[in-house]
Write a protein that binds this ligand. Structure first.
Ligand SMILES: [Zn+2]
Length: 410
């Protein structure tokens, strides 16, 4: 019994390796799957045949470039094996994307966020999900997974937003968005966790030279942080510690979370605005500051306005201090900076370095490498696809019926 179940486990692991190789590299021939997975040729034949029978992958023939000789047989995920819906929640809008099983984007639309409480918010998402189906004529049972992201604190295992800038500590349970007839699973993740996952995957594709662990820091109205660590295949280890609301200065400036002295209360857009206009630090910050307002302050700082320069310097120091604590706790790692706030990196840089420089971890190990990754929306989307497909592929492998077990000696 034990032997049989461990054989089954190995078969599942090998199937997962084949599916993730096809995810990472696209269409692959038998020998290329072998190179990518290091599995034996016969094992790959058995797995690809089984996955093809189950309608999970398909094969196509590619004529040799010369037009002569035998065509190459390439395997790939079968597009209509199922669909994903990606829901990206921002402070002022929600973007919906429909993606097929092979990762092709089929439809996308953005709606303004509904005003009102959590019930109205969830109802508007329910209605939009129905619209996703109607626009592409898809049935609810063809949707394998709905992957939602937001700023704020997500529950570790349930699709529940525990704290968010808009709803505060009022929990938002996303299982409520599916009203009848939807068998799909719903997952929720912090947006910067997904960015860290996408960056880690990009590094992993660099074949051996990429970073094994990295941090993603998102600068905007709120401050997000994700950590990605290359774990044992296939799933990487990604997390989103509560960096923005970590203490920077005891009894300091008032934060949107209600606490005093958080990093965000010095480095978020509203904090930069507050300092630039000399608003008292115990003033309840604005709910939302348009990027154009911060750009204006940045322009003033670049023209030599001292108060505007101080606002960015102070933000930089708060970020640098926070990063030094991150490195002290987790060890040295490169930091990728993303989000709309990267437009002001020239004004933040000196403060960030100042905030980092005092920590022993930096004095001994040197400054971490800081890299600007300005394309946050594409990183968030990539992060969604990576994580969602790893879950979907795992579910497909686990749900397939066991192959017939041969009798001993056969
Ligand atoms: Zn806070």
């Amino acid at each position: 019994m034990l032997a049989k179940s461990s054989t089954e486990l190995v078969r599942q692991q090998n199937s997962a390796l084949v599916l993730s190789a096809l995810r990472r590299h696209g269409r692959l021939a038998h020998t290329e799957i072998s190179d990518a997975t290091r599995l034996a040729s016969a094992t790959i034949s058995a797995i690809t045949a089984e996955l093809e029978r189950a309608g999970v992958i398909e094969k196509m023939e590619q004529q040799a470039a010369t037009g002569r000789g035998r065509p190459r047989v390439l395997f790939s995920q079968r597009r209509n094996c199922g669909y994903l819906i990606i829901v990206i929640i921002s402070s002022d809008s929600i973007q919906y994307s429909l993606v097929d099983y092979a990762g092709t984007l089929l439809d996308r639309f953005t709606e303004p966020r509904a005003q009102g409480g959590t019930a109205a918010f969830l109802d508007s998402i329910s209605a939009a999900l129905e619209r996703v189906l109607a626009r592409s004529r898809i049935n609810p049972d063809e949707v394998l997974l709905i992957s939602v992201s937001s700023k704020g604190l997500a529950h570790a295992s349930e699709p529940v937003l525990v704290w968010s800038p808009v709803f505060g500590a009022q929990p938002v349970d996303f299982t409520a968005v599916l009203k009848g007839g939807w068998p799909a699973k719903v997952i929720l993740n912090n947006e910067t966790l997904l960015v860290a996952g996408a960056l880690l995957e990009r590094e992993t594709k660099k074949a051996g030279e990429g970073e094994p662990v990295l941090a993603a820091l998102s600068l905007g109205h709120s401050i997000g942080l994700g950590i990605g660590r290359r774990g044992t295949a296939p799933a990487p280890d990604i997390s989103a510690p509560n960096f923005g609301h970590m203490l920077h200065i005891p009894s300091g400036a008032l934060c949107r979370c209600g606490a005093r002295g958080c990093i965000e209360a010095y480095a978020g857009f509203y904090a930069i605005l507050r300092t630039a206009f000399e608003v008292p630090i115990d003033t309840i910050p604005a709910k939302f500051v348009p990027l154009g307002e911060i750009d204006k302050i940045a322009a003033q700082a670049r023209q030599g306005n001292r108060r505007a320069q101080l606002a960015f310097r102070q933000a930089g120091v708060a970020l640098g201090n926070g990063l030094s604590r991150l490195l002290s706790l987790h060890g040295h790692m490169p930091v990728f900076i993303t989000g709309p706030g990267t437009r002001h990196q020239d004004l933040l840089q000196a403060g960030i370095e100042e905030g980092l420089a005092e920590a022993q971890v930096v004095r001994l190990g040197g400054m971490p490498v800081l890299t600007i990754a300005p394309d946050e929306p594409s990183l968030v989307f990539e992060g969604h696809l990576n994580l969602a497909f790893s879950i979907v592929d795992q579910d497909i492998i686990l749900s397939r019926p066991h192959p017939p077990v041969r009798a001993a000696g056969e």
